[in-house]
Design a protein around this ligand. Sequence first.
Ligand code: GTP
Ligand code: ZN
Length: 206
Amino acid sequence: MSRPVLSKLASPPLQLIAESRLPTPYAEFRIAVYKAEDGKEHVVLALGDLAGDPPLVRVHSECLTGDALFSLRCDCGAQLQAAMQRIAEAGRGVILYLRQEGRGIGLGNKIRAYALQDQGADTVEANHQLGFPADAREYGLAVRLLHQLGLRRIRLMTNNPRKLDALRADGIEIIERVALEGGRNPHNEKYLAAKAAKLGHWLTLP
Ligand SMILES: Nc1nc2c(ncn2[C@@H]2O[C@H](COP(=O)(O)OP(=O)(O)OP(=O)(O)O)[C@@H](O)[C@H]2O)c(=O)[nH]1
Ligand SMILES: [Zn+2]
């Protein structure tokens, strides 16, 4: 076993705060809230029996504007809905909803980045102009939550090679990468093109 796996296993489990049912238009999920050491509360949505065949998993980073406010600047809301839909169709699966808003720079800074994008910067340049890396997220928490759920082998719904590599490096076996495209519109055309060109996302662009 490689060292990163041992170090993740050695990490204490996240504190389970509460669990309940969560009826949605797609299915009735189980919702669980886990608290990390920094006080942030992360969400697990689960459906069906997760034992046995590797289930569909979505590791979703919080996007208040896209997930809750119907923003057309990104594709997050569409991806979240598509993930819920696919899990509902499969009858089983998990969504980890991680509170790393704005690729880890926070909501206020993301809106600052949007203002810079309105002046011509792309999504990566805007982060750099604000003094942040292109992507400040890390996936150690996702790995810990997957361990807590007993999930070492998964089918990951993502277009992001960095996310896939990060989970694999920490010992999660990804037996299939499931593309999650959709939500394309005139407002996010440049954003998606920059994600593909600069962040390496697997996207079928027009
Ligand atoms: N800093 C910054 N964050 C953004 C911007 N647009 C969306 N986000 C955040 O980006 C995160 C989602 O990342 P994406 O790059 O869209 O997708 P991903 O999670 O890396 O990859 P997928 O698994 O394919 O969805 C969310 O936390 C959003 O809040 C932006 O222009 N600037
Ligand atoms: Zn978004």
